[in-house]
Each structure stands twice: as C-alpha cells, then as structure tokens.
Design a binder for this molecule. Structure first.
Ligand code: ME8
Length: 509
C-alpha cells in the first residue's frame, strides 16, 4: 500500500481572472504532488474555485450576469490555465457543487448542535473586498487594515462561532507542533495574534443571499470563509466516513499565500476542533509577487497573464522561473528581463547545452552507441557522488518547501557536468586510440548523471524532463527506481539532442 499524501491550493475567487499569483501557488503544489508521486506516494492534489459571497455577487451584477453564470465562465479560465501549465490535480472543487454545499451544511449543523454556534447580533465595520469585519480600533482612518479600502458599519443578526473557547487549545496545538505553521516568521505572527485574544466569529450573513443557506434558517447564508475552508474536506467526501476522507485527512499541507494565513491557521483549525475533526498537519504561506516593483492590480494594468507568458516563453520556462527566482516564503518581483535571463543562462546555456554537447560527442566518437564504462577515476567518482548527493538534498529541500534551493542543488550537478567535460576533455581522449575505454567511461558518466538530473526535474518541468529522458534512451516515465546510478544500458543508441531551450535575444525584451 502506498502512503497517502494530500496537498491543496487555495480555491480561487471567481471575481478575478487568473494571474501569476494564482499560477504560483498552484505550480508549487503541482511540483510537490509530482515529486511525491515520483517517490511512491498516493497523492491527492486538490484545487478549485471559491464561488460564493458578496464579492462574487457584486462582480456578477457589474457584469450583468447571475453569480453562477460568472462562476461558470471564470472557473473555465482557471481550468484551462491549469491544463496549459500541466497541473496534475486529482480533483477540482467548486463551492457551488452539491457535494460541497451538503458538506458545509453538515459541518455547520454539527458545530451548532455542540453549542459552539449561537445566534446573536453583530455590529462592526465591514470590508467588502476582504469579506472581513473589523473592530473600530483595528481600522486605520476608518479603512481596512489589510487592503486600505473604505469600510462600512453593518448591523445584522448573525450566527457566531465560539472561537474564543478554542484559544488555549489552538495555542497549545501551535506550540506543540512547530511545523504546523510555516515559515517560522508566519508562525510567530499567528502566535502573537492568538495571544492577543480570539473573539467569537460571525459565521453568517443576512445582507446578501449568494451563499449556502444556514441549516434551519434560510434568512442567513453561511459566511464565505466557513464555506470556502470546508472545501478541503468536502472534496474528500465529508461527511461520508471511509473512502477518501479517511485515507487523506488530515491534510499533509495547505499551500497558501500569506494574505490568507489567519483564515487557515486560526479559523480553520478551530472550526475543525469544534467539529471533533483532526487538524491539517501543515500550512505553508508563501510570499507575494509584485510586478516590476509594483503591486499587481487591475487599475495599474500590470497584471501578468500566465497564458501570455506560456505562449511567449513555453510552459517549462515559466514553471522553472517562478519556482527558481524567489525563495518560497519570501516576496518576489516579476520582470520579463529576469525571466529571459534565466532562460538564457540556466536553461539554454547550462541545461540544454550540456545535453546537446554530450549527445553530440557520443555521436561523433561512438556513432551514438553508449559503451560499457571502464574503471572509475577519482574525478568520475566525485561526479557520481555529487549526483547521488543531489537526490538527498533535493528531498530535504522539497520537504522544507525550499523549491528554489532544490533547483539550485540540481543546477550544481549540471554545472559539475559541464566542468567534468572540460576537465576530462573528451576531444583530446578521442585522438588517442589507447584511450577508447577512458572515453567510454567519460561518455557514460556524463550521460548517466543527466539521466538522474532529468528524473528529478520531472517534478518541475515535466515536458522537458520527458524530452531529456527520451533523448538519453530512457523511454520510461521518471520513477524513484530511476534515481539509482547505472540505469543507462550500454549498447543503447542515443541521438544528438536538439536545443531544448533556444536562446532569446535579451535586448528585444
Ligand atoms: O483568497 N503573489 O482567493 P483569491 C502570490 N478564495 N500569490 C498570490 C498573489 C500574488 N500577488 N495573488 C494571489 C482567496 N495569490 C480565497 C481563498 S481558500 C479556502 C479560499 C495567490 O482568488 C495566493 O495563493 O484571492 C493567495 O493566497 C491566493 O492566490 C488568493 O486567491
């Protein structure tokens, strides 16, 4: 039986079209999912769309559509982008689906039956874009402290969740599980927030109707965050026992942006505690992308559209760039110039060139037929050991969600490959008939190390990895077994590789 692994992305609002921020989280989740599959895990990878709430209702009105028409239209844009980016999700959940609505009602009812949801009255300052209530003291000049937009005072009958009751239990959980909230800076932020005291949380609305009705009182709709967070279990079939829910819950990691950390590490775990359900093992909040130094926004017209990037640079270049450029967890800045630079230096020069020159040499010296390697020298040994060490390093880095460091570790072996060629100088060996065996060994090490490199790269750049492996006479899919040294069989014919990544003129950008 394969061990289970469950990874999720946020479910994205349908009032906005997908941009690189959404692509980023989803790509990271995809790399993790592909990597875990490679390592033999049974992976459930969930993404989807968040379709209820006032924000969506307002956007639909503005577009002259019903909320569901808007959701149907925008949801397809997310799905087609995921296809284009080669996202390998297991399921795509929409909060308007019956399976989800049923699960949310049951969860709400169960918490209510327990006495942890009660009817009260609410009066506070509401930020519509953030769907969040604030106390007067939290406001900055009567504006939302998160987004700096105006808030309005709302009074309504509301159901409340007794979040205050779970303050100590949550704090104890965070303290007992140092990996629950990552990175560490985010964990500290949440610890301080919880220590300041948790208020009961309003979990229903009466001022609009686009949502899931509160069980037994359809004047109210369930608060959009109670609704949305529950997707992580309704997609597994909750409330049904057995099946996927038992297999995959609690989740191994919720990947999110830092903007929605509090919802995932305060609200969500306390809802689950109240329902008597296990808490996710880990929540990892990555950093924020700006564009050429500025916040991405519709009004600045600087939103980077991932479809356009893929059309222009290719899917794997985009996948590589987003995960390589910025340490996961830190903020990053997008620029075409940086992307083109990465393509030219890392992909065309280092990676592509190594494959190209090594397969060309095999063609020239041995008619493209891989020879049995001879005795191993110190130089060969160092190169083989560096290749083997990379496997463990990548594993550790991916475990820490340090995707850019994992790629760096892979690139160190690629650079070592280029250096190995320079040091062994196959062109000199080729001139000496006495050195045929030595030349065979060099060729074998050069190509075999790359086979291991492409096997690991399959998590990051699936198409390129497949091309590379195929080129190296390895027609099988990348697998954990393929990480062992010695996979390439002498006698295999290896043709000269085409350029994997053509260079891009930097000036033109
Ligand atoms: O918050 N940089 O949906 P959302 C990096 N529906 N990541 C970014 C980003 C940026 N500039 N912009 C967006 C919601 N993201 C809720 C979630 S989950 C139960 C409900 C990514 O459409 C990042 O993952 O506003 C962020 O957390 C998410 O998109 C917000 O997506």
């Amino acid at each position: 039986m394969k061990p289970a692994f469950y990874v999720t992305t946020p479910i994205y609002y349908v009032n906005d079209v997908p941009h690189i921020g959404h692509a980023y989280t989803t790509l990271a989740a995809d790399v993790l999912a592909r990597y875990k599959r490679l390592k033999g895990f049974d992976v459930f990878f969930l993404t989807g769309t968040d379709e209820h709430g006032q924000k969506v209702e307002k956007a639909a009105t503005a577009a002259g559509e019903t909320p569901l028409e808007l959701a149907d239209r925008v949801m397809k844009r997310f799905q087609s982008l995921w296809e284009k980016l080669e996202i390998s999700h297991t399921d795509f959940i929409r909060t308007t689906q019956e399976r989800h609505k049923k699960g949310v009602s049951v969860l709400f009812e169960r918490v209510m039956e327990k006495g942890d949801i009660y009817l009260g009255e609410y009066e506070d300052w509401y930020c519509t874009p953030c769907e969040t209530f604030w106390t007067e003291t939290q406001l900055i000049d009567y504006k939302c402290p998160d987004c700096n937009r105006p808030t309005e005072k709302l009074k309504e009958e509301s159901y409340f969740f007794r979040m205050s009751k779970y303050q100590d239990a949550l704090l104890a959980h965070i303290e007992a599980n140092p990996d629950f909230i990552q990175p560490k800076s985010r964990r500290n932020e949440i610890i301080s927030f919880v220590k300041e005291g948790l208020r009961d949380l309003s979990v229903s609305r009466t001022t609009f109707s686009w949502g899931i009705p509160v069980p037994g009182n359809d004047k109210h709709v369930v608060y959009v965050w109670f609704d949305a967070l529950t997707n992580y279990i309704t997609a597994l079939g909750y409330p049904e026992e057995g099946g996927n829910f038992d297999k995959y819950w609690p989740c191994d990691v919720h990947l999110i942006g830092k903007d929605i950390l509090r919802f995932h590490t305060v609200y969500w775990p306390t809802f689950l505690m109240a329902a008597g359900l296990p808490i996710p093992k880990r929540v990892f909040a990555h950093g924020w992308w700006t564009v050429e130094g500025q916040k991405m926004s519709k009004s600045l017209q600087n939103v980077v559209e991932p479809n356009m990037l893929v059309d222009k640079y290719g899917v794997d270049a985009v996948r590589y760039f987003l995960l390589r450029e910025v340490p996961f967890g830190l903020d990053g800045d997008f620029s075409h110039q940086a992307l083109v630079h990465r393509i030219n230096s890392d992909l065309a020069n280092d990676l592509g060139n190594l494959l190209n020159r090594s397969t060309a040499m095999l063609g020239k010296y041995f008619g493209g037929v891989l020879q049995t390697p001879g005795e191993e020298t110190e130089l060969d040994k160092a190169y083989r050991e560096k290749t083997a060490a990379m496997i463990g390093q990548v594993d550790n880095f991916i475990e820490e969600m340090a995707f850019s460091r994992a790629l760096q570790a892979i690139w160190e072996v690629i650079s070592a490959g280029n250096k190995y060629i320079d040091e062994t100088a196959p062109w000199t060996l080729a001139k000496d008939p006495e050195q045929r065996e030595r030349l065979s060994t060099v060729m074998y090490y050069m190509l075999e190390s790359q086979r291991v490199v492409y096997t690991l790269l399959s998590a990051f750049m699936p198409k390129t990895a497949q091309k590379g492996l195929c080129c190296l006479g390895w027609p099988e899919e990348a697998s954990a077994e393929g990480l062992a040294w010695g996979g390439l069989k002498p006698g295999t014919t290896i043709a000269k590789a085409e350029a994997l990544f053509p260079r891009i003129e930097e000036k033109a950008e």
